[in-house]
Structures are given as C-alpha cells and as structure tokens.
Design a binder for this molecule. Structure first.
Ligand SMILES: C[S@@+](CC[C@H](N)C(=O)[O-])C[C@H]1O[C@@H](n2cnc3c(N)ncnc32)[C@H](O)[C@@H]1O
Length: 250
C-alpha cells in the first residue's frame, strides 16, 4: 500500500523528549556512537552501520513515517547497531551525557527558504553549542549542503564556536572524507552538481555566550524587476523545475 510522506515537517511541532540515549537499552552494549541529525531515509546510516558493526548509529528525524520505515528496514537487514528516533534534533542534544556521542552528521539540511522559516533551520549556534558540549575531545561534526550560501552559513555557525576547529580548512568544495552517501548526496553526484562540505573537531571545552544566529538569505527564487533570477544556486531549485527525485524535498 502506498502512503504519502509529507515533504516538510515543522520541527517546532515535534514534542518528543528522548532524554539521555540509553545505549545499553537500545543496543545492548555501550559502543562508539554516531548521530545523524535530520537523516531522512537514512541511506547514509544504513551504509555506515553495515560497514562499522563495532559502532552504533542513531538517526533523528521529524517525519515519523520515515522513522518507522527506517526502523523496519534496519530490523529486516539485521542491523542491530542502527536505530531511528522521531525527534527534533534541536531540543534533544542538551540532555545527552558528555563524551558518549563521537560524531554528528548534518547533511543537506532543509534550507527553509522563506524568511519567516529561517528559525527552523537545524544548524544554528545553539545546536552547535550543544554538540560541542556533548562531544568528547577530538569528536567531530560533519556537515554538507548543495546550497552554497546555506553551507557558508553553516560553516560560520560552526567556526564561531571556539570549542571547534575546522579540519578541512575553509574551502567548502572538498571531497567527502566518508565513503557512505546520503540520498541527497547521491542525487547531486549523479547530476554532477557541487556539494559543499565541512568537518570540525572538538579542540576545547565550550565557553562564553552562544551567538545569536545571523541567518543568510538562501532563496534562489528571488527575481530582479525584469524577472531574471537574482541567484540560481542549483537547477533543482529553479522556479518551475521538477522536485529532485528523492524522498525528501525542501
Ligand atoms: C533535505 S532532507 C535531507 C535528508 C538526508 N540527510 C539526506 O541528505 O538525504 C532534511 C531532513 O531533515 C529533517 N529535519 C529537519 N529539521 C529537523 C530537526 N530539527 N530535527 C530532526 N530532523 C529534522 C527533515 O524532515 C528532512 O528529512
């Protein structure tokens, strides 16, 4: 039976309170843990969990049907080291015990093009602070986007956090240091479209106030008075273009 999975969900309507992730209860062990925030259909984690049976993986996602499908698929594949939770990543990291989650992934986050929706963007200074707080020293945050101004915003928010240091420099057009691919990443690689990536590592304990987010306008649909697009970042976002052929969209 086919079901319709919503293309967008509003993170502010997801009230799930996960509390501290109980690794013994979830995985029956306390192995190295990695989290994918906004994992969508979970392609990246399915590949990664199969390739690293010694580690455990958690995907957080605000579209419940995807979470349920992903968990069923993990069961079917016998991936006992992979679990998905219906939860807003922005409100569930501060509860996590420090030193347990070794790596965060934030990949192709929703750009929330409309100004009134910018505050829904997942990668914000408060989330960066939460990640920097719970990571062990040397723990990592990997992020990527296909939308250059959004990737620059993400880089700025991560770089503002003095506890984190960029591992790949500031050139965002770099190869992925990981062999696994997300759905969106595959889509853009097949279409030979650029992807902007960044990897940060925890080098110090976080301190000082958390910056207010200075969001960037990433809307490719703005047009000049004569109708020319102000900025076309990616053909997938041109006015009137079909949606990218993936389970997710913006
Ligand atoms: C464009 S999709 C990318 C999915 C996947 N990371 C990929 O690269 O294929 C962004 C995903 O993030 C989810 N999302 C947005 N805000 C979130 C939040 N605050 N917490 C958890 N998931 C969120 C959306 O529901 C959507 O599935």
């Amino acid at each position: 039976m086919s079901r319709r999975i919503r293309k967008h969900a509003n993170p502010f309507t997801v009230a799930t309170h996960l509390g501290p992730l109980d690794r013994a209860a979830i995985f029956g062990r306390e192995a190295r843990l990695e989290l994918d925030l906004g994992c969508g259909g979970g392609a990246f984690l399915f590949e990664r969990a199969a390739a690293h049976p010694d580690r455990d993986f958690v995907g957080l996602e605000i579209r419940k049907p995807l979470v349920d499908d992903n968990n069923r698929r993990a069961d079917r594949l016998g991936l006992a080291n992979l679990r998905f939770f219906y939860a807003n990543a922005n409100t569930n990291l501060a509860d996590q015990p420090p030193g347990v989650i070794e790596r965060f992934f934030i990949m192709f986050p929703d750009p929330c093009f409309k100004k009134r929706h910018w505050k829904r963007r997942i990668l914000q200074p408060a989330l960066v602070r939460d990640m920097a707080t719970v990571l062990p020293m040397g723990g990592q945050v990997f992020a990527q986007s296909d939308i250059r101004p959004l990737a620059e915003e993400m880089f700025d928010f991560l770089a503002q956090e003095s506890a984190l240091s960029s591992v790949l420099g500031s050139d965002l057009e770099v190869e992925s240091p990981f062999s696994e691919r997300t759905e969106w990443e595959r889509h853009h690689e097949t279409a030979e479209e650029p992807v902007y990536r960044m990897l940060f590592e925890k080098v110090a304990a976080p301190s000082g106030p958390v910056a207010e987010p200075e969001f960037r306008d990433t809307n490719p649909k703005r047009v000049h008075a004569d109708g020319r697009p102000v900025e076309v970042i990616d053909p997938a976002y041109r006015l009137g273009a079909p949606d990218p052929s993936t389970p997710d969209e913006r």
